[in-house]
Design a protein around this ligand. Sequence first.
Ligand code: GLC
Length: 588
Amino acid sequence: MTTTSPALDPEALTTTTLVHPATAEAQWWRSAVIYQVYPRSFADSDGDGLGDLPGITARLGHLTRLGVDALWLSPFYTSPQRDAGYDVADYRSVDPRFGTLADADALIEKAHRLGLRVIVDLVPNHTSSEHAWFQAALAAAPGSPERARYVFRDGKGPGGEQPPTNWRSVFGGPAWSRVTEADGRPGQWYLHLFDATQPDLNWENDEVRAELESVLRFWLDRGVDGFRVDVAHGLVKDQSFPDWGHRTDMVSGDDEDDAGHDPGPSPYWDQPGVHDIYRRWHQVLAGYDGDRCLVAEAWADTPEKIAAYTRPDEMQQAFNFDYLTTPWDATRLREAITDGLTASDAVGAPCTWVMSNHDVVRASSRLGLPETGKGPNGIGADDPQPDAELGLRRARAAALLMLALPGSAYLYQGEELGLPEHTTLPDEVREDPAFFRTGAAEKGRDGCRVPLPWEADAPAFGFSPTGATWLPQPADWGGFAVDAQKGVPGSTYETYRTALRLRRDFRLGTGSLAWVDGLPDCTAERVLAFTNRELLVLANLGAEAVALRDVEVLHASGPLGGGLDGEVLVPHDTTVWARLRRDDAERD
Ligand code: GLC
């Protein structure tokens, strides 16, 4: 019996290399792992049940221990919180619920001292209806400069009773609401692609452009390293205002078409004019030292259209949500990864990888549903419940696959704990406007926003000193707490930590990917295999275990089996990071 494994005979393998020169350069954001902090739910220092900036500052050590490079903070600005802070009433102040400007400064300063970069959220598509500008617009007359900062139009039909177009809000219902004029009569309509409390700004207006640039400078002057740009593809609207009655799905960007027809191009998403705005912002950032960056949240249709936001004179990154929305299927994931890398390479930008955020069902629940992919907009107690064990197993496998890819990766708080979605929240506690605007047909995003468990045996699992939490935590979350996982080999937390350490040691973020075909039993329908630098990465998405020989295993998303002659058995839904035992193979 020969000890040479045909699996590792280079002649038997074919590789397809995707060169990724864009990551070879020095800027930190090209390969950074960026951790999303959702301020409401990270850590509460004052015990009111809502997280806050001092709570985050006190827990920054968690991020350095985990081994990430940067944090992105979801909005903490003054806001009535009708969309969890994505409804900004004042871009230059901190909501008292979250702290003060001095607290923001202290957070940025401590993060920098710890070697972490800080990205803040910028919401330029809309303000809160409580923003001083919108209040002034309501008080002013049609045609006034105050109204010109937003998208006000007369209605259609006799008396203007019909909305100006049939556009629909992303959260459900119409995208226009009617105001009452000073004389008490029903008047003009204003556009809101999201909640009625989030009026869209008019980006045709120079004052709007100047104001948001000034907001960028305000935070750049305070030392932030960049911005995550909310709904970056929505700012510019087709000024002919044609009808287009489709509802767009968040994150996937899919347009719901009741009749099953191709909806055709949208008059408000991804208009060519948005790119001029980001060319201008690029210049603003270039005036500052230290590699500041912009990352676009743009649900554009194709990887190429998303990559267009990261052309050399625009933003530095754009979220590539394909990895998140692609079903758990080896062939389709390979295609998504190839397409993402190819499109970003073509413009010299790093690709980004995302599995979870505050808008989608958490990966460890999503991947436990019978149908994987983007998932539903929330899960309720009466809905089919995910298979928690399978979901977590797949989420860990997906994480190791993602963290081995070249480019920049985003983690959503709690992902490193394997935290599931809260799938049985009572409707009375829900806050997501999508729940209300769909008449409860969609449960919404609250289930992925539940406060984090830090300590298994403390009130609110250590989230707040009083035990108060703005959303209830499931009673069985003690096992997910950071202190229950720290130092425990094989825990999700330690699995992420090891992955991040190896990613750094092997410089995977700045490497290049070469698909490996021809490993025995590893058909492309079941297994994803690639190399990045010296690392061989194999993800088994099939139902049967696959055997690997002549490898030194460095890391795995779950327990591996052993076979004859030192074979390593990689069970289903498991990813392994290994190094080829080249010396042995050559000797044989
Ligand atoms: C983005 C945010 C989401 C928010 C929406 C409107 O998609 O991620 O949370 O509701 O924009 O601002």
